[in-house]
Design a binder for this molecule. Structure first.
Ligand SMILES: Cc1cc2nc3c(=O)[nH]c(=O)nc-3n(C[C@H](O)[C@H](O)[C@H](O)COP(=O)(O)OP(=O)(O)OC[C@H]3O[C@@H](n4cnc5c(N)ncnc54)[C@H](O)[C@@H]3O)c2cc1C
Length: 383
């Protein structure tokens, strides 16, 4: 399907990016567009499966100069909430832009295709096996031999080894677990979110033009619930048979505090940088944002700006971390007493449009969360 760039490889790349997910694809696109020599190593063959609901904030459109509509599977502007399958509330999101739904195999491959069209090189089916810093260069080991670069971006996701190899042995994150099923068939144009069925998490069903992505995730506390069984029961409520779906589980690294994301001539981006929203588990938008900022930082560092990499860490703290503090506060309260939170928070007429505005990028947690938290605190403390 793709014409991957196979031209002459430089002996030393300006940058090697590990991982061709949203973070890696974005970083590669922006670096290649700026004329930098960049290589992406991806251990899978693209398009590859990534367990994911595929709900994407349209805010990302502003971070690219190409049209993403070929991979927007559908756009949704209505949501249906339930508590343990009952007490439904349906609401219009009321945002200017609807929420996008994508299939991750197509979405991620498309981003990479754009990067390749700008001159990025891609090696698929080629895992990074180790990384060492020598004589001012990073050497990345692969089964095809060592590769050299001046800067390294680790965008290898929640399960990748890069952060450890680069010396980030004490990253701050909260490990969450989620399981997702992809069904093919008829769908309705409605996002389903259910609370209370899963302890410390939620169940979702996101529509696609040709089916559903439905799943359950646990975002706090112990993970000893039988997620597959819960998912099968949740699917049945929606008329979806788990046995007919492809099902995959995957860890999620939720944001859990500010931290430096740079080291010597290397950066962490995307989920490797633990930037997933601790309330909603939204990871695509923050991964793309960090990929874009990582590219800007590497570009500036290549131009000789010594402070470019520390500045990257500061930007992510300021732009992402300051918001995630609010998301974590909401998560702490919400998942502690989901019944009360559902009654006082989710069912409140302002809740759906406020949450939707945050998700599509028309508002920030910092603008809207304080009032919601006050309401929840009063409800939880007052019983
Ligand atoms: C079940 C589930 C549902 C989710 N639903 C949503 C949702 O609806 N919306 C949302 O915004 N977020 C969602 N998320 C989170 C989102 O999927 C992730 O945060 C996002 O994929 C992170 O992007 P990334 O580019 O950092 O990493 P990834 O997308 O994980 O990509 C990392 C890539 O690195 C490659 N790699 C790993 N190790 C190596 C190596 N050694 N060498 C070479 N390549 C390597 C992997 O093969 C992979 O392709 C969900 C997560 C889960 C688990």
């Amino acid at each position: 399907m793709f014409l991957w760039h196979t031209g002459l490889m430089p002996a030393t790349f300006d940058c090697i990016i590990i991982g061709a997910g949203p973070a890696g694809g974005t970083a590669a696109y922006h670096l290649a567009k700026g004329g930098r020599s960049v290589l992406v190593l991806e251990k899978a063959q693209l398009p590859r499966v990534k367990p994911c609901g595929g709900g994407v904030s349209p805010e990302i459109a502003g971070w690219f100069d190409f049209d993403l509509s070929p991979v927007i599977n559908t756009r949704v502007s209505r949501v249906r909430y339930t508590y343990r399958g009952r007490d439904p509330v349906e609401a219009d999101m009321g945002t200017i832009e609807p929420l996008w739904m994508v299939r991750r195999d197509a979405f991620d491959a498309f981003l990479m295709q754009q990067a390749v069209a700008r001159g990025a090189a891609l090696r698929e089916g080629c895992a990074a096996l180790g990384a060492h810093f020598r004589d001012g260069r990073w050497i990345v080991d692969t089964a095809e031999g060592p590769l050299q670069c001046r800067f390294l971006v680790a965008a290898d996701g929640a399960k990748g080894p890069m952060a450890k190899w680069l010396g980030f042995t004490h990253r701050k994150y909260r490990v969450a677990g989620a399981i997702e099923a992809e069904s093919r068939g008829k769908s309705t144009n409605l996002v389903h979110l259910d609370f209370g069925t899963v302890i410390n998490g939620y169940a979702w069903a996101f529509p696609k033009t040709d089916g559903w992505s439905f799943g359950v995730g646990i975002f706090r506390g112990k993970q000893n619930q039988d997620l597959r069984k819960i998912l099968a029961e949740y699917g049945l409520r929606l008329g979806l048979e788990l046995a007919e779906c492809s099902v995959e589980a995957h860890p999620v690294l939720l944001w859990d505090g500010h931290q430096d994301l740079h080291t010597h001539q290397a950066l962490l981006a995307g989920e490797a940088a633990c930037v997933v929203d601790p309330f909603t588990a939204e990871g695509i938008r923050p991964s793309i944002f960090t990929g874009m900022k990582a590219a800007e930082a590497v570009d500036a560092a290549l131009a000789g700006e010594f402070s470019a990499l520390p500045r990257y860490s500061e930007i992510i703290k300021r732009e992402v971390g300051s918001e995630m503090i609010w998301a974590r506060r909401l998560a702490e309260l919400f998942y502690r007493a989901p019944g009360t939170a559902y009654r006082l928070g989710v069912k409140h007429p302002a809740a759906a449009p406020h949450m939707a505005r945050i998700l599509v990028g028309e508002a920030r947690y910092s603008e809207l969360a304080e009032r919601a938290i006050k309401r929840l605190v009063q409800g939880v403390v007052g019983g």
